[in-house]
Design a protein around this ligand. Structure first.
Ligand code: 1YM
Length: 659
């Protein structure tokens, strides 16, 4: 909080914001594109807070042609009266006092996870210019701020008011409009990504029922330019959206909501005929891919209620064991949101809720709500269908366990062909070792010859592996390609997966740069996503990038990895070069493959991350599932096979070495 005396406070203000510019990473994590977007989320969060507190109904977000972004909400408008201790307007405090986060000690604002609570002042400090228009008391107020190097003193000024809070006139409008221009001397890339912004706003609209969010990207023309997100069904609509492309077991969505003390919890659930569990949890509108106490409470209550019901309804007999949580979650799509005061985010990526008081609260809410739901006569058909499905899941799980045991017993026999396929490496440090999964035997051969055998192992894949989407575990285990892969990795699979047995720090998928290669890549990623998710979330999965072209002039060779680089390479080569287009990895000899694709000092790798787990899940179903219609729609709408990013798994480039 701000200091109590005006003078001291004033000094702190100046020091504070400059500190943000000195060490932006400390406040927004990174100055990459992700950090840039954090600025926008921070402002959007304040608008969402105003809406979820019942004061605003509409939010508009605009990306302007000049590179700035603006956010408006039709709420109360930021406070403009003078702050008693600081002697400056509320607006000025919010934008210039660090850590005030713009949030005075106000009960209403305690829920905000904000961007880890850093506040509007950080956005101001990292913007070249920021303006705020407040429409309040039928008056239009405006204040502007600038960050620059003062030409007279040579000193850095961060988020300094360009003048006092102005009164511009009367207005019938209400609310707050903030526009800011991110500072291009701070951020590596100051371009906002249309899809990143659209996706987050859509997610927020689902999570905040009835709030209308209009997104306009003024840099675009046509249909894409403006979109309106508004969902009267909230997270129930979200679940239906996530299940596009899946076949629901029953049409109805189970909606549970309740409150214990200050903890609010809501869940929407729909079962599909599939086998995967898709549970997406949020705390204060922030995704928690690593789960935490709210998920634990939810799962405990959900499993117990359904087991109790199954016994009462006679679907489980006295002699039968209880069904497991996994059994009840097969085919489940669920969005769970929780509002928590002072949330503690833990884990490597701060994606897990730590607050222990949340577990019993959520457990109590879900128990009571779910029991009511199960007791309701009109839900009996759905309830029995859920139990029947879980009983089948338990049987399949038992079958898979037997298969696994058999494989384990047979592995002495089978070890020979596996070892024959895998060319292992000699290094002892698993972190440094790399496993290349290579498409095709001929490329596999080149890779084996070209590699550095001290730390690079090669596993060639014959043909296309099995598409695991909608396959049961025993079928996956019955597939030879996946068995070799599981054996090679050493981790086990699904419930038995353990990262601590992993034999390679990097698992690199190497497939051709054509549609077949993309398909193989998608199949492997689907496998990792469904059965070894932690391998991805812990950053062990990579995609190797073979070059598409070789430009040669005399002795000089330049490899180009996309069409843009090809343009640069041919320009650099001048007249009289020869151009080779690689159609597949198999066309490269071992030396070329090493130089372009495997040598850590030259190659390009993309690290696979799950930035938006819900999106990945939906797209995996749409692209890999068995419904043709949604896939065709998606592909006709999005695919451009000349663009490397047309398979929209949000990969994060991990520039290694670089070109
Ligand atoms: C475009 C972003 O920031 N809206 C917004 C912010 C505030 C209020 C209303 C607000 C809050 C309160 C009273 C209150 C903020 N207020 C504060 C602070 N939109 C956007 N709309 N009156 C207005 O909490 O009592 C911080 S943000 F500091 F005043 F609490």
């Amino acid at each position: 909080m701000a200091s109590q005396t005006y003078n001291a406070g004033d000094i702190q203000v100046l020091e504070g914001l400059e500190a943000v510019r000195m060490r932006p990473g400390m406040y927004i994590g990174t100055t990459s594109s992700r950090g840039l977007h954090h600025l926008l989320w921070e402002i959007v969060d304040n608008a969402i807070d105003e809406a979820s507190n019942g004061f605003a109904t509409e939010i508009t977000v605009t990306l302007h042609k000049d590179g700035s972004a603006s956010v408006y909400d039709n709420g109360r408008g930021m406070p403009v009266d003078t702050h008693p201790a600081l002697g400056i307007s509320g607006v000025e405090v919010i934008f210039t006092v660090l850590h005030a986060g713009g949030k005075f000690n106000n009960e209403n604002y305690d829920y905000s996870g904000g961007l880890h609570g850093v506040g509007a002042s950080v956005v101001n400090a990292l913007s070249r210019e920021l303006s705020v228009d407040v429409f309040r008391n039928w008056t239009h107020y405006r204040m502007e701020f600038t960050s620059r190097i003062n030409p007279k003193t040579g000193k850095v000024e961060a988020g300094k008011p360009s003048g006092p809070l102005q009164v511009l006139g009367n207005t019938r409008k209400k609310g707050t409009l903030i526009r800011f221009m991110p500072d291009d001397t701070i951020f590596e890339d100051v371009r906002f990504q249309t899809e990143t912004v659209a996706r987050r706003l859509q997610e927020l609209a689902y999570l905040n029922k009835g709030v209308q969010i209009t997104f306009t990207d003024e840099r675009l023309s046509g249909d894409e330019r403006s979109r309106v997100f508004r969902y009267e069904g909230g997270i129930s609509d979200y679940v239906l959206y996530l299940n596009t492309g899946k076949t629901p077991l029953r049409e109805d969505v189970i909606y549970l909501e309740g409150r214990r003390d200050t903890i609010i919890c809501r869940a929407a659930i729909q079962y599909t005929d599939g086998y995967t569990e898709s549970l997406f949890s949020y705390v204060n509108n922030i995704n928690t891919p690593e789960g935490g106490s709210h998920e634990t409470g939810f799962k405990a209550a959900f499993t117990k209620c359904l087991n109790d019901y199954a016994r009462k309804a006679g679907l489980l007999k006295e002699k039968d064991n209880n069904l497991s949580g996994e059994d009840f979650r097969e085919g489940l799509t669920c969005v769970l949101t929780t509002m928590v005061k002072n949330p503690q985010f833990e884990g490597q990526t701060k994606g897990r809720l730590g607050n222990s008081e949340v577990r019993p609260a959520v457990e109590a809410i879900i128990s009571q709500q779910m029991t009511d739901w199960l007791d309701n006569l009109k839900n009996q058909d759905t309830a029995s269908a859920i139990v029947a499905k879980a009983i089948k899941a338990a049987q399949a799980r038992e079958a898979a366990r037997k298969t696994r045991d058999n494989i384990r017993k047979a592995s002495a026999l089978e070890a020979a062909p596996l070892v024959g396929k895998l060319a292992s490496c000699t290094g002892r440090k698993w972190e440094d070792n790399e496993l290349f999964i290579v498409e095709g035997d001929s490329a596999g051969g080149s890779a084996k010859q070209g590699r550095d055998r001290r730390f690079q192992a090669i596993l060639p894949l014959r043909g296309k592996p099995l598409n695991v989407e909608k396959k049961h575990l025993d079928q996956v285990l019955g597939n030879e390609e996946f068995r070799s892969l599981i054996t090679a990795l050493g981790t086990g699979i699904d419930e038995n997966f353990s990262l601590s047995n992993l034999k390679y720090g990097k698992v690199i998928i190497l497939s051709d740069a054509d549609q077949d290669g993309a398909h193989i890549r998608a199949i492997l990623l689907t496998f990792f996503l469904r059965y070894m998710k932690d391998l991805i979330t812990n950053g062990h999965v990579y995609i190797g990038m073979p070059p598409l072209y070789k430009v040669q002039k005399g002795q000089k060779v330049i490899y180009a990895y996309d069409d843009r680089e090809l343009g640069k390479a041919t320009k650099a080569a001048g007249k009289g070069y020869t151009l080779q287009r690689y159609k597949g990895l198999g066309e490269m000899n071992p030396e070329q493959l090493w130089e372009t694709t495997m040598d850590p000092s030259q190659r390009k790798l993309m690290r696979v991350s799950i930035e938006d787990a819900a999106l990945v899940d939906r797209l995996t179903t749409v692209l890999m599932g068995d419904k043709v219609e949604p896939r065709r729609d998606y592909i006709t709408e999005h695919a451009d096979f000349n663009r490397p990013d047309d398979f929209e798994l949000p990969d994060q480039p991990a520039q290694e070495g670089g070109m």
